[in-house]
Design a protein around this ligand. Structure first.
Ligand SMILES: [Zn+2]
Length: 142
């Protein structure tokens, strides 16, 4: 069973629908536990590893309508392949996660790369100087 921290502290870093879908996807493909309820604290799936236990129907909203998920996926148009639902749900929810995060990571990388570039630049200048000095010493005018 899912062990609950008081006050819903199991807050997923990604969109809650995406976090729930991972558990539902594992449940469908048989790689995980059965989804038997909703956690009061964090609204994420409650899992059970009891054999033969009935799965609840979990609903995820998508641009193609609500997907009903238990042991399989059903869209308003009928049954949907698990991998098709995966693509749809990823496309719907994957980009919503903290839009500032990627920008921040990019800036941090730039800031960390700058000293390295300066160091390489200084090294290149120094060795260019030595090389020119060496070449200069060789080409004595006759
Ligand atoms: Zn929870």
């Amino acid at each position: 069973m899912h062990v609950e921290v008081n006050g819903g502290q199991r807050k997923p870093a990604e969109a809650p629908e995406l976090a729930a879908w991972r558990l539902l996807h594992d449940a469908i493909t048989g790689a995980g536990h059965t989804v038997v309820g909703v956690c009061d604290g964090c609204r994420q799936p409650l899992l059970s590893d009891q054999p033969g236990i009935a799965a609840i129907v979990w609903t995820i909203q998508t641009p193609r309508g609500p997907l009903q998920i238990d042991n399989a996926v059903r869209s308003p148009d009928g049954p949907m392949a698990t991998e098709e639902a995966d693509v749809l749900i990823q496309a719907t929810y994957a980009e919503r996660v903290q839009p500032g995060q990627a920008v921040f990571s990019g800036m941090l990388l730039t800031i960390m790369t700058l000293p390295l570039l300066l160091w390489l630049g200084a090294g290149f200048t120094f060795f260019s100087f030595l090389y020119l000095l060496y070449r200069g010493g060789m080409s004595v005018p006759n």
